[in-house]
Write a new protein. Structure first.
Length: 340
């Protein structure tokens, strides 16, 4: 008698009211009760945990909350297989299954909840934007022979996608680098010596025009193919260093990168940024090259094809040579990139 009173007092009020309103003893002989308790890893009772009783056929579903002592109880439960699901914030969900016999008062073992580290991982990590920022800072340190900028290649295994600001920032950084300007000056000097684009003339004025045109080509190409179009098409403008596999597979990867690139969603897609950018640069150059040296659509086509071929050649150089000539690479960033 004392045991019966003690158990009734420990039940939630809803369970007690359901017991008191049981229709008659004949029903109690077929239906049964399921009760139990919930504790945490220290053995402390867990109150207000949600406890749900379900059946395989979903014919009978009941839900309770544990009381202050961590106890729960279901009454008027039809016999047969069942499943108990226990959920509480900060803990992993607990499931208990069993079979209730007709008229049985089943008391389940204490259900111990584990902290939700396995199913609800709390991560203290950087966002993709922050990760990309760190990776770009490393790229901006990449210089062939420690001098020539080599910003548009990543040696990361799985580089974070760049956002709009980062794409524009990298293009600006590359365009205003002293070595980029010096390179344009060197090319202009060669053009002057060989009298390329004679419409510019000779002397200081002719050299200045050649330098301006050459530097404009580089800057426009960098911003179009490396920032503006990648923002529009949501593509990554960098070359993804592979570094593994057979020489043939690496060669194919290098050449194919001029036509296929990685999107901001990390999926491969046609490299619209490079292809359209190459021809667009050729078309824009018609605006400032000497009228006597322009050839309309032919110059645009030739310039575009040359730039695509140049990008493929540069990728091959990146894949097989440049890394060896770039000192001080971050060891983490120097891991080969695995690509399809």
């Amino acid at each position: 008698m004392l045991l019966t009173i003690s158990f009734c007092l420990s039940l939630p009020l809803s369970a007690q009211s359901e017991q008191s309103t049981a229709p008659d003893s004949s029903v109690g002989q077929t239906q049964g009760t399921i009760s139990g308790s919930v504790i945490d890893q220290t053995g402390t009772s867990v109150s207000a945990a949600t406890v749900k009783l379900t059946r395989p056929d979903q014919s009978d579903t009941q839900q309770e909350q544990t009381n202050d002592d961590g106890l729960y109880a279901f009454t008027n439960v039809a016999p047969g297989p069942f499943e108990i699901i226990i959920a509480e914030n900060g803990f992993a969900t607990k499931m208990i299954s069993g079979t209730l016999k007709p008229g049985e008062a089943l008391v389940l073992p204490k259900a111990q909840l584990a902290l939700a580290s396995a199913s609800m991982e709390v991560r203290v990590s950087e966002s993709e934007v922050e990760i990309a920022e760190v990776e770009i800072k490393e790229q901006e340190k990449q210089r062939v022979f420690g001098i020539i900028p080599n910003f548009y290649v990543t040696y990361e295994k799985d580089p974070a996608p760049m956002n709009t600001r980062q794409k524009m920032g990298l293009a600006w950084k590359s365009s205003v680098d002293p070595l980029t300007i010096a390179g344009a000056a060197f090319v202009a000097g060669i053009q002057q010596a060989t009298d390329s684009f004679p419409g510019y003339g000779q002397g200081a004025q002719g050299y200045a025009k050649r330098f301006g045109a050459t530097y404009a080509d580089v800057t426009i190409s960098t911003f179009l193919s490396g920032a503006v179009l990648p923002m529009i098409f949501k593509q990554d403008p960098r070359y993804m260093y592979r570094g593994t596999g057979s020489g043939r597979s690496r060669l194919f990867h290098a050449v194919a990168s001029s036509f296929i690139c990685r999107g901001d969603d990390k999926r491969l897609q046609p490299n619209y940024s490079n292809l359209i950018g190459s021809f667009a640069t050729g078309g824009i150059s018609n605006l400032y090259y000497p009228s006597t040296d322009r050839n309309g659509a032919m110059l645009t086509l030739e310039t575009g094809l040359i730039r695509i071929a140049e990008s493929a050649g540069a990728n091959i150089f990146q894949e097989f040579v440049i890394r060896k000539l770039t000192p001080g690479l971050n060891r983490k960033a120097a891991q080969p990139v695995q690509t399809p």
